[in-house]
Design a protein around this ligand. Structure first.
Ligand code: MEV
Length: 420
């Protein structure tokens, strides 16, 4: 299917018109359109997802436009409660598409499952026994998941570590598993359980924890893009972005917010597609400390033309099948909108959105400030909250912005005036 993710005026359409535009471009079925309307999941299915279900929670699902990743066009579904995030990602993607879009590379889906062994009397002997039995241990692990091994995935290696804790020293084994297109936590945890008896026999110790590590440093994406200086607002904006980045890279107080901006985009795509956002968030922030100190996940420099080069490297424990994705048709519809056929492609897009989000936030912060964009949507929200309908929403919002008085009281006054 070939289409352009550049849809001029998309922003000004109604929700229904946008839905129809997307449906036409991506050949969505009637059923998928109904799902996008929010009629995706039955009460019964919900009650199988978590415990004590009493209802459902709605979030807006937006579409970020303009994305080109590895020369392919993408419309990116994003679910988030925060205003401006979707618009900002689309804006930075529009700038990047001028220079060919985002170039990204995925490492492959290798994750580590950890086994903590207690009370090991002879570490050298335990390690030697594990080392000489690796192929047997991999066989045990792989016997739990024929589907994965038939796809060429499965347990591939075991790494041996010693960790000195305060209470004792532990032998920690990492089972390295290629989980292919799944997030993989269930597959890996099942393998770890199966290994327990053999590990205890080989080490003479007692196995305590058997759980995947969310520091997915063998499962990451590297993404890069060039952002044209004119489109960003001039070379002085590029220079100011470099100064903002410099502060983030040297000050954890600023860096937490800087990296949060990256996660705004990433998490929104992951919510829309039913991924485990907490796993990715936890992994990303630990990864940000890998060079000592808490650092920016993005890197920036200027090329000889004065344009901004942005780079992001981020671990991504994500999948396009299994887990919650199977339970909720809206996740499947979001993946269909993305049009990805494997996790490699998906991960590259997710990282591209993270980089775009960061560039958009930095551009706004060093120029007009972040509040202007926020305030326009905020003003509309307030107008809706005081009961405005149709054209009046925009009218009230614009008047409040012009007056620089954005409040419930002022919105109510303007609405009352319009109604008299
Ligand atoms: C707001 O959700 C995100 C920003 O604070 C990110 C940043 O400061 O870089 C705007």
């Amino acid at each position: 299917m070939s289409f352009s993710s550049r849809i001029p005026n998309f922003y000004n359409l109604t929700i229904e018109e946008r839905r129809n535009t997307i449906a036409k471009l991506l050949e969505l079925t009637e059923e998928e359109i109904t799902i996008l309307e929010g009629k995706a999941i039955s009460d019964e299915a919900l009650s199988f997802m978590i415990e004590n279900v009493v209802g459902r929670l709605s979030l807006p699902l937006g579409i970020a436009t303009n994305f080109i990743v590895n020369s392919k066009e993408y419309l990116v579904p994003m679910a988030i409660e925060e205003t401006s995030v979707v618009a900002a990602a689309s804006h930075a993607a529009k700038i990047a598409r001028k220079t060919g879009g985002f170039k990204a590379e995925y490492s492959g889906s290798f994750v580590a499952g950890q086994i903590q062994v207690l009370s090991v009397q002879n570490f050298e002997l335990a390690e030697k026994n594990i080392q000489s039995n690796i192929s047997n241990l991999l066989e045990i692990a792989n016997s739990t998941n024929k589907i994965l091994t038939n796809l060429g995935g499965g347990a591939k290696d075991i790494e041996i570590r010693r960790i000195k804790g305060q209470l004792e020293s532990y032998l920690v084994l990492h089972l390295i598993v290629d989980v292919k297109d799944a997030m993989g936590a269930n597959a890996v945890n099942t393998m770890l359980e199966a290994l327990r008896p053999e590990i205890e026999k080989l080490t003479g110790g007692t196995v305590l924890l058997r759980i995947i590590s969310n520091l997915a440093d063998k499962r990451y994406v590297k993404v890069e893009a060039v952002f044209d200086k004119k489109e960003l607002g001039g070379e002085n904006i590029v220079d100011k972005i470099l100064l903002a980045y410099d502060l983030a890279d040297h000050d954890p107080y600023r860096c937490a917010t800087h990296n949060k901006g990256i996660m705004n985009g990433i998490i929104a795509v992951l919510i829309a597609t039913g991924n485990d956002t907490r796993a990715v968030e936890a992994g990303a922030h630990v990864y940000a400390t890998k060079d000592g100190g808490y650092k920016s996940l993005t890197k920036f420099k200027k090329n000889e033309d004065g344009d901004l080069i942005g780079y992001l490297e981020i671990p991504l424990s994500i999948g396009i099948l299994g887990g919650a994705i199977n339970m909720n048709q809206s996740y499947k519809a979001a993946l269909k909108i993305l049009g990805v056929s494997n996790v490699d492609e998906f991960a590259c897009i997710v990282a591209a959105v993270g980089l775009a989000q960061n560039v958009a936030a930095l551009r706004a912060l060093v120029s007009e400030g972040i509040q202007k964009g926020h305030m326009t949507l905020h003003a509309r929200n307030i107008a809706i909250n005081v009961g405005a309908k149709g054209d009046k929403i925009e009218e009230i919002a614009q008047q409040m912005i012009e007056e620089e008085k954005i409040s419930f009281d002022r919105a109510k006054e303007i609405l009352d005036n319009l109604n008299t």
